[in-house]
Design a protein around this ligand. Structure first.
Ligand SMILES: NC(=O)c1ccc[n+]([C@@H]2O[C@H](COP(=O)([O-])OP(=O)(O)OC[C@H]3O[C@@H](n4cnc5c(N)ncnc54)[C@H](OP(=O)(O)O)[C@@H]3O)[C@@H](O)[C@H]2O)c1
Length: 325
């Protein structure tokens, strides 16, 4: 099959299409004929050699954490899927390819209304956002959440999910164009951080945040903690600006704050199975009904993965970038 196999680390130019062996699927695995694969920020780090795939290391390193397509074949013990079925999956790697083998419990059927391109924009963004809002932050209807990088893939899914759950949202973005777009997703307040600090807005218009979903890290550390009400939770989902902070432990102690880190890909398989099961039961029906939407900003053919990465690096994305296969 053809795939983007990493033979060296570096800039977008190292993403080249090559011929590699077809994946071998195990008894509990589904072999997917990929039609579309989502691009994630983590893929950029992997390309640079800064985000190695989880052990055991694959023979050929192919990026790609999510995909959609049809079932090409199933292992002997697979009970949930049959060849020909349209599916999407959360994969630990291997999405930038024509085929991938994945455990059946990380796969789900694509609702009829969604194209493969839309379905491929869902797994990583919606599962990460859903998990962060519910399991990590424990948010419920009527509470407040601050969502950074809100026009990004995970951020835009988080704004939609939080609004759908009845949670009030303050969002941050880096341009007025993004701000208007995120307002359209249901956020109560959107801050263009180039013009105003989010802390000003939170203090002026809200009772304080019950939780913060942070992708930025270092530069937002102090203001994130200042945003929280007593007992609030800071969920560290990404560290785009760096991961070094100076902590004033007295602030955590005095206001009973919780700081939680989360990572999807390195989570034990059983925990990923459980999350997928919850997502299929609770969130997928809303995607099928159009109450939640996969938001695809741009598509590129798999052979142009380098252009897709360069585009993501420009930070202009509103929603997701998808590679078509
Ligand atoms: N923990 C997990 O399991 C998990 C899972 C998925 C993703 N993530 C992480 O979540 C983050 C977002 O991923 P994504 O795929 O949604 O990315 P994305 O679509 O590329 O969005 C990222 C956005 O972050 C904003 N940003 C703010 N500060 C930045 C900075 N210092 N450097 C670069 N961008 C900055 C930019 O928007 P503005 O111009 O509007 O600021 C950028 O467009 C990444 O750090 C990723 O690694 C973690």
């Amino acid at each position: 099959m053809r795939a983007i196999a990493l033979t060296e680390y570096g800039g977008p130019e190292v993403l080249r299409l090559s011929e590699v062996e077809d994946p071998v699927y195990g008894p509990e695995e589904v072999l997917i004929r990929i039609r579309a694969a989502g691009v994630n920020r983590a893929d950029l780090l992997q390309r640079e050699g800064r985000y190695p795939p989880p052990a055991p290391a694959p023979k050929v390193e192919i990026p790609g954490l999510e995909c959609a397509g049809e079932v090409a074949a199933v292992g002997a013990r697979v009970g949930l899927f049959r060849p020909g079925q349209r599916v999407a999956a959360l994969v630990p790697g291997g999405g930038y390819a024509e085929k991938v083998a994945v455990h059946e419990r990380l796969v789900w059927s694509v609702p009829t209304g969604l194209s493969s391109t839309e379905a491929a924009a869902v797994p990583e963004a919606f599962l990460t956002a859903y998990d962060a809002l519910t399991q990590q932050a424990g948010l419920t209807a009527g509470q407040w959440v601050l969502i950074h990088a809100a026009a990004g893939g995970v951020g835009s899914a988080a704004v939609q999910l939080a609004t759908w759950m009845g949670t009030h949202v303050v969002a941050t973005v880096g341009s007025d164009e993004k701000a208007a777009w995120v307002r359209g997703l249901g956020a109560d307040y959107v801050v263009n951080y180039r013009q105003q600090t989010f802390l000003e807005v939170i203090r002026a218009y809200t009772p304080g945040m019950d939780a913060v979903l942070d992708f930025v890290g270092q530069t937002y550390w102090e203001d994130n903690l200042e945003s929280l009400v007593p007992g609030g939770v800071l969920v560290v989902v990404g560290t785009l600006s760096g991961d070094r902070v100076q902590a004033r432990l007295g602030v955590l102690l005095g206001r009973r704050l919780t700081v939680r880190g989360t990572a999807l890909r390195s989570r034990p398989l059983e925990l990923r199975f459980a999350l997928v099961q919850q997502f299929v039961r609770r969130v997928l029906p809303a995607l099928a009904q159009g109450r939640l939407k996969p938001l695809v900003d741009a598509t590129f053919p798999l052979s142009e993965a380098a252009r897709a990465h360069a585009y993501m690096q420009e930070n202009r994305v509103q929603g997701k970038i998808v590679l078509t296969v």
